[in-house]
Design a protein around this ligand. Structure first.
Ligand code: NAP
Length: 265
């Protein structure tokens, strides 16, 4: 999507992959100037590790505990997190305003941290984080509750009982786990026999496939759904704007993503 955006705006830059081991991150960053690299996206498992090698980290990335975008300017390396704003822009684009909502997040990894930050910052009334590994969920909730004392943020260990108890209270249900992601498309983070409150909006951060089993089940039971494409495009658009200082061509980026995912919208 970035190469399509550069081409559209006549920017003679190129976006390419640098598969990297953790131990090689410092030398890769050191080589940026010689390679004329002005910025980078960082994916798992480097989103946290990279923070040790940067000169500045944005306040949001510090609270989330992850950097997904690096910008190098005048020899200084700055780290940002664009996932949280990408998620919020995707919700807004779908007409969803989280203020006052009770959101339930399934998962407590990097994407969950960005999503929780996003919802708390947007004024959600309460957020319940449900996760398999207790320590990950407890850590996430501790960090976010400290940053957003007005939002009621709680952790519940993942179990059938937990999901059953929460099911009637949900305004926004977000799958931030990798359950259902290609190639394991027959997995779902939500048991289909537990009915979700009828007004709940169901959202999946996964974009491959665009219609996960979780979203298919939610649609079948009449819920509004949001897939991971909007977040993908919007987090990329914010990174593009950090690097170039220009408005991102959103439609072009979305079309490029859809072409790469080889699917219809
Ligand atoms: P991560 O840090 O590895 O976290 C994965 C989460 O999934 C953890 O909470 C993990 O639980 C949970 N999980 C994994 N397998 C599970 C299982 N079998 N049963 C229950 N829970 C399980 O990954 P991430 O970076 O947060 O990414 C998560 C998903 O979000 C991925 O599908 C990724 O593609 C998507 N994503 C999308 C966008 C976008 O732009 N749309 C952006 C970022 C991420 P434990 O803590 O118990 O291990």
């Amino acid at each position: 999507m970035h190469n399509a955006a550069f081409a559209e705006l006549g920017i003679e830059w190129h976006y390419r992959l640098f598969p990297t081991e953790s131990a090689d991150l410092p030398s890769l960053l050191d080589s940026f100037e010689a390679k004329k690299i002005v910025g980078a996206n960082v994916t798992m498992p480097h989103k946290r590790t990279i923070m040790s090698y940067l000169d500045h980290i944005s306040e949001d990335a510090r609270i989330i505990g992850a950097v997904n975008t690096v910008h190098v300017k005048a020899g200084e390396r700055s780290g940002y997190n664009t996932d949280w704003v990408g998620f919020l822009n995707a919700l807004n684009e779908a007409g969803v305003e989280p203020t006052g909502m009770h959101a339930v997040l399934l998962g407590a990894g990097g994407a969950a941290r960005a999503t929780c930050y996003s919802l708390a910052r947007a004024g959600a009334d309460s957020i319940t984080v449900v996760n398999r590994t207790i320590e990950h969920g407890v850590d996430l909730v501790k960090d976010m509750a400290e940053a957003f004392p007005a939002c009621h943020i709680a952790f519940r260990p993942l179990s059938y009982e937990t999901l059953h108890q929460l099911s009637a209270t949900i305004d926004l249900l977000v799958n931030t786990t990798s359950l259902g992601m290609h190639p394991n498309v027959s997995a779902s983070p939500w048991p289909k026999e537990i009915a979700i409150s009828s007004a709940a909006i169901c959202c999946d951060l996964i974009y491959r496939p665009l219609q996960t089993l979780f979203l298919k089940q939610a649609r079948k039971s009449g819920h509004a759904t949001i897939n991971g494409l909007g977040m993908l495009v919007h987090q990329g658009a914010v990174a593009f704007e950090i690097w170039t200082g220009q408005n991102a061509p959103l439609e072009t980026m979305k079309e490029a993503c859809l072409a790469a995912l080889d699917v219809d919208p």
